[in-house]
Design a protein around this ligand. Structure first.
Ligand SMILES: [Zn+2]
Length: 301
């Protein structure tokens, strides 16, 4: 069942979360076959970028069959594939190509201003590894998606060392007592785009959250954002590819897991948890498949 309210998320009664990662991603053994800290020297994959504008669906012939298997599998197993309206795609459509992120700091460890800046830049850089597959592809309307951390939720404001100018600091808690960014300002809770109850209004809203949780060994991802271990992420800030985060970001944009099957001829790719530390061509084309299909269904092109 894909449309589940994650146990760890406190949800307004009327809101349904989609947690594509299910429970498997949170099992740290899933990720043990790849290094926790990929080498920072990983070469950037410049060849991923399209050389010219392309329209329509034109995957490489060696990937086409497997991509069709994946797409068909999603269509037949997602319970509300087209009707669900809070994919990452819907979020960037609503904002005109921006993602505002709020960090949920589920830790009593202090975090410096410099560390927060690094969290923001590394997080944004991971998203760009996905989005580089979209810029210039099949009428994708944005040439740069700005990803900004606009808020932090903490147990105590004193954990945020240095200046907090430029971010909103929240000390709200969810039903489980976990720091959370104000529901009044979160798209997850206001999918109609009405942020009238948010101090600062729509311009102060956030689209989804990054949970950084002490002692969390794996990951989780969905329309609400991504959740990874605090120690894992803070230890990976010098890494080029934060692979668990990359995987969970894929879920935010609708991509599926592959715990129970793999497409013909494809075994190592970021969405097959624990099999790759980088976004592969196959991952990139799965993302493009979503744009190709959803943009037409939604009437975005
Ligand atoms: Zn997953």
């Amino acid at each position: 069942m894909r449309y589940t309210a994650p146990l760890t998320l406190a949800l307004a009664a009327s809101v349904t979360a989609v947690d594509f990662s299910g429970s498997h991603d949170a099992n740290s053994s899933v990720w043990s076959s790849v290094p926790n800290l990929p080498a920072s020297a990983s070469p950037s994959r410049l060849w991923n970028r399209p050389f010219k504008r392309q329209s329509g669906w034109n995957p490489p012939s060696n990937l086409a069959n497997a991509l069709k298997e994946v797409w068909d599998h999603c269509m037949s197993t997602y319970s509300n594939f087209w009707g669900f309206k809070n994919y990452g795609w819907d979020q960037i459509h609503a904002t005109g190509g921006k993602i505002n992120v709020c960090v949920r700091w589920e830790s009593s460890t202090a975090v410096t201003e410099a560390q927060r800046a690094q969290v923001a830049s590394v997080y944004a850089a991971q998203y760009q590894k996905w989005f580089s597959w979209l810029y210039g592809y099949d009428n994708f309307p944005y040439s740069k998606i700005d990803v900004n951390v606009v808020g932090w939720a903490v147990r105590d404001k004193s954990l945020l060392q240095g200046s907090t100018s430029g971010i909103t600091v929240y000390t709200d808690k969810d039903a489980d007592g976990i720091p959370q960014c104000s529901e009044a300002c979160g798209r997850f809770f206001h999918q109609d785009g009405n942020y009238n109850s948010c101090p600062g209004g729509a311009s102060a809203h956030y689209d989804h959250s990054l949970w950084l949780t002490d002692g969390f060994g794996g990951g989780a991802g969905g329309d609400w954002g991504q959740r990874i271990g605090r120690e894992y992420f803070m230890g990976a800030l010098g890494s080029s590819d934060v692979h668990i985060l990359l995987h969970e970001m894929g879920h935010t944009f609708g991509l599926d897991d592959f715990y129970d099957w793999t497409p013909t001829g494809q075994t190592n790719f970021i969405m097959n948890a624990g099999s790759s530390t980088v976004i592969t061509d196959f991952d990139g084309w799965m993302l493009r498949n979503w744009w190709n299909g959803l943009s037409r269904n939604r009437g975005w092109q």
